[in-house]
Design a protein around this ligand. Sequence first.
Ligand code: ARG
Length: 588
Amino acid sequence: MKTIIELMTDEFKKAFAECGYSEEYARITISNRPDLCEFQCNGAMAAAKTYKKAPFVIADEIVAKLTSNGMFDTIESVKPGFINIKVSAGYLSDYLNKMSEDDKYGYENSEEAKTVIVDYGGANAAKPLHVGHLRSAVIGESVKRINRYAGNNTIGDVHLGDWGLQMGLIIEELRDRKPELPYFDEAYTGEYPSEPPFTISELEQIYPAASAKSKEDEEFAKRAHESTLKLQSGDRACTAIWKHIMNVSKKDLKKNYDNLNVSFDLWKGESDAQPYIKDMVDKMVEDGIAYESQGATVVDIAEPTDTKELPPCIVRKSDGAALYATSDLATIVEREKLYKPDTYIYLADKRQELHFTQVFRTAKKAGIVRPDADMRFVGFGTMNGKDGKPFKTRSGGVMRLEHLISDINEVILNKIKENRSMTDEEADNISKIVGLAALKYGDLSNQASKDYVFDVDRFASFEGNTGPYILYTIVRIKSILAKYKETGVSVGDLTILPSKEQSEKALSLALIKFSDVIDGAYKDNAPHKICQYIYEVSNSFNGFYHNTKILAEEDKKQQESYIALITLTKEILETCIDLLGIQCPDRM
Ligand code: ARG
């Protein structure tokens, strides 16, 4: 469906052409002076230079052509040559009715559907999820959902860090703790046990203990390094332990991501890329793309247009070991083989930008991806504490994600209990949904690349630009609709009538922006644009709600129109929060 701006532009194009001017001047924007008008066209100002006429003369001519057009309530030229527009209430209500009937409220992606890989989450197996992984999961989930809504074949991959030194550390710590296990008996040739030699809570202790030990005990660090290499070259005992680590850890990670309402289509990891590495690097060398430099194998990625010097991408270390970039490149080899994505979207800390520039350029240079593959890095900023430093626990440690979630849930729970009467169980369930919304919205409402301050009190507030405020608005609409239904009327296809009230028109004008907003959020991988929008819609709805007696309205046709309008408002808000990965309770 065309947007109202596009439809208006069509009318203006005709008018410009009929008056003998180029259509290109028929550009309409949302007014930056909402006190004066809703939309504006500044084309006469630009055309004046070309046609050597006073701008207001042109503006007057255009306005004369359009005054009797039913699309406009008022259209006037103002000196020096602006055209101020108010859309007619009838036109607006017709448009809203069409939106209501459309599956996606008028939104359509003008491009052909693509296959898109969204690489997000990025947890490291056997290490606890911490707040640093929060942003990747939350933003990535939203980017994935937006892509899916745009009609793309979208594949979300958690891309686990499952092949690094943490594995050797865990193996060696396990050896010290449980030397009697068959994995550590070199002479053992039988089957290894199918039960893991640790529980998740043991594993959670083993890694930090091993990591601390390796910093003090050089011998231990060396053993861990060797074990990692042994694992990577396919050693039977190490592989058997690794499989246990992966099973136990994945189960726990899934639970954590479930609690965040984040889910992945693929649970692949760096380990899946390993089989491709040797051939890939050998071919780069053969093709003359990679070369030896100080013992390592590197690929130059600098381009003449770079404003700063970019170091080459190291694809093999002098000891033959692969690196982070090698894993990512080999993962692309596999993704090309299995999914042939048109677009790759990676979510990681913005400090990884150089890494991704190196990987993308090397992938293109080596022909690992098609030249027209769209490779995008969405780098996000740090979540800081109120002191402006990366968020920590009170004792200064790294805050674990589950603790962060339970903290915010508790704040919400207390608020709900203070103000509402409901069973403990219900209050508990609601606070989990609302708490998660507070956390996610607090994150998503910031432009991803910016750092932001984690402020529980602000995020959990029921007022202002917060998750709870948006949910509260939806719940309010749900409750009005439920009460309306109780009056026994059938809620069928109701028609939105032309708005009579300023606040009603303001809500309508907010709703019609939906498709433009989704389009912008999709093209820029920018969930914060959806947050801005639902805040505007929520404010507009609440303004309308306070000015109107919806349930007490005596004119039934008018009441039905209100019901239709708020139903559309609810559907649009619900669609938007779903794109953010946020859920809404029935009451709160
Ligand atoms: N595991 C990495 C980390 O914890 C993030 C992975 C990001 N994705 C990627 N394809 N490199 O920093």
